[in-house]
Ligand binder design. Structure first.
Ligand SMILES: [Zn+2]
Ligand SMILES: [Zn+2]
Ligand SMILES: [Zn+2]
Length: 135
């Protein structure tokens, strides 16, 4: 099963919560927020378990953060990231019609030249509009 293979590739033990959350991401093809996940997982997994699962996936380079409008943090699958080494600076797109936020993996965030003395730790770019499915 794909889910278990991915978990073992990332050196993660398979637990029922991890399995469920990962298969949700594989199916979703869009960014998911913690509350989206809580609604769908088996009720035996409480909020803390879901939170820890997401945190583990984040630390291991399995998912990355996607800042939505309204400041909600969502998560999306990474393509080829490693533990503590996320490596992608692509644009995210939020569709105003279907409400889905997705990764535009091939569109890089433009280079920003900051004033002297400033240091970039993280870059996020969210574009809002109408996605290809809804257009
Ligand atoms: Zn990543
Ligand atoms: Zn749409
Ligand atoms: Zn992304």
């Amino acid at each position: 099963m794909r889910v278990k293979e991915i978990l073992s590739d990332y050196d993660l033990k398979s637990t029922s919560c991890r399995n469920e959350v990962l298969s949700m991401f594989l199916k979703a093809n869009q960014a998911l927020g913690q509350s989206d996940i809580e609604k769908e997982v088996d009720p035996s997994h409480d909020r803390v378990t879901v939170y820890r699962t997401l945190k583990t996936f984040l630390d291991k380079g399995l998912v990355h953060k996607v800042l939505d409008d309204a400041g909600i943090t969502k998560y999306a699958l990474c393509n080829e990231c490693a533990e503590n080494a996320h490596n992608h600076e692509h644009v995210h797109f939020k569709c105003e019609i279907c409400g889905q936020t997705s990764c535009l993996e091939k569109i890089a965030i433009p280079t920003v030249n900051l004033p002297k003395g400033y240091k970039i730790m993280e870059k996020n770019l969210l574009i809002q509009g109408v996605c290809a499915k809804c257009n």
